[in-house]
Design a protein around this ligand. Structure first.
Ligand SMILES: [Zn+2]
Length: 427
């Protein structure tokens, strides 16, 4: 006897009329038109069943703090960092946990079931680390949360000095933080940035951790720390375990240099995370016109065989006043900014918020195949492109075969003479 049997599902790869058989939280079988006894049967009515969304780049310690203690007037990255510095001494663990749990509710409601969040480790109390480790424990039954030790002020530049900042980072890892972070472009000089990449990658190698650095988040075409990150990845044998987040300087780099950089990144099996909502908002701020978009070269990276995800980065925090935990909104912006408008590229954009970030996190049994966790989302759309177009309603969200969230279909009742009584904006 099955626990759950879904009929008539369309999968992201285009397979239709599929049945998904679930027992004990695992997908047992995935085949067209399966007949079997089940405790619960659901007719997907030809709609899309997708793996859950994954956000590989987020800041949960700052989320939902918009307006505390004031709003970012200029809207710039640097005022955001300064504002975060003003907010940090005012943070309490209770309020931080409450905001993070609230955000996780938003995430679950939208089928976002795995999040990698950076957590600032420059505060010697490590208050945010403690708070987010508590959040991780509390959400574990329904959401995979992993933490990156992020030295926001720069591990070498920060006011406490390199030794204390490195020590904070090690303490955070010892407490249970999963990944080593960094911010080389924010260090005082290029050499210091390079040194920070080397030291942090060495720490990760020693401790068997993955690396995810804020890297080259600037419009400066000569910000080339990604080169060092790829080189150190190779030197230390960290292939496939290192991620360059943002890499916005690649937008402005010389094309010849990029032609040399891409194979280096590929050889290191470096992962890349672009954060379209934030990159398009924060980059190009020193430009008049033409004004650069600032997002890294997503189609070119994908064409070179490099794994790229789209991350949300910020929701209602010192850097960004908008956002709602909707990874379809993130992918929708990403495909526009990168002009990824072919059918194939739009499908790649959908992968960039599902499959690709799952690879970055090293999630096991993520996907729609026998043996995978029974984690999936029923969308009010018939394929990934329609899901992106509509930022489709997540009708039902399942984790380990259990229903976690449901949302009524977005269907408008029309009171227009001579026209149908309703529309869901689908042809
Ligand atoms: Zn970030």
């Amino acid at each position: 006897m099955l626990d759950l049997l879904i009929h008539n599902a369309t999968l992201p790869d285009g397979r239709q009329n599929m049945s998904i058989a679930v027992r004990e939280g695992t997908i047992l079988e995935l085949t067209p038109g399966l007949m079997a006894e089940a405790h619960e049967v659901l007719d997907a009515q030809g709609l899309l069943v997708s793996p859950p969304f994954v956000d590989a780049h987020f800041h949960m310690d700052a989320t939902l703090s918009y307006g505390l203690p004031r709003v970012n007037q200029s809207g710039t990255l640097l005022e955001g960092i300064a504002l975060w510095g003003e907010l940090k001494p005012l943070l309490t663990q209770e309020a931080l946990i409450e905001r993070a749990l609230n955000y996780c509710d938003w995430a679950v409601a939208q089928g976002l079931l795995a999040i990698r969040t950076h957590v600032d480790v420059c505060d010697p109390r490590l208050l945010a680390v403690e708070a987010l480790l508590e959040v991780k424990r509390r959400v574990a039954p329904y959401l995979h949360l992993e933490l990156v030790a992020f030295p926001q002020d720069g591990v070498l530049r920060g006011p406490l000095g390199p030794e204390q900042h490195m020590n904070n980072l090690k303490r955070a890892l010892a407490m249970g933080v999963d990944v080593v972070g960094g911010i080389p472009h924010f260090e005082r000089t290029y050499e210091q940035g390079t040194l920070s990449v080397k030291l942090l990658c060495e720490l990760a190698a020693e401790q068997g951790k993955r690396v995810d650095m804020h890297c080259d988040e600037s419009d400066d075409p000569l910000s080339r720390h990604v080169e060092t990150l790829a080189f150190e990845t190779q030197r230390l044998g960290l292939h496939g375990r290192v991620t360059g987040s943002h890499l916005t300087s690649m937008h402005s780099m010389d094309n010849y240099y990029v032609s040399k950089l891409l194979p280096l990144m590929m050889d290191a099996q470096l992962h890349v995370i672009a954060n379209p909502l934030i990159n398009i908002t924060l980059q190009g701020r020193h430009d008049t016109y033409p004004k650069r978009r600032g997002m890294t070269r997503v189609p070119e990276l994908l064409a070179a065989g490099i794994n790229v995800a789209f991350g949300h980065d910020c929701v209602m925090d010192p850097w960004y006043s908008l956002g709602s935990g909707d990874m379809l909104e993130v992918a929708h912006m990403g495909l526009h900014v990168a002009q990824m408008t072919s059918q194939a590229a739009m499908r790649q954009s959908f992968d960039a918020v599902t499959r690709n970030p799952a690879r970055i996190l090293g999630l096991e049994k993520h996907g729609l195949a026998p043996g995978c966790h029974a984690d999936f989302v029923l969308l009010q759309a018939r394929d990934p492109i329609e899901a992106l177009r509509l930022r489709a309603t997540r009708l039902k969200v399942f984790r380990r075969g259990q229903l976690l969230a449901e949302t009524p279909a977005a269907t408008s009742q029309l009171h227009v003479k001579g026209r149908p009584g309703q529309t869901a904006r689908m042809v």
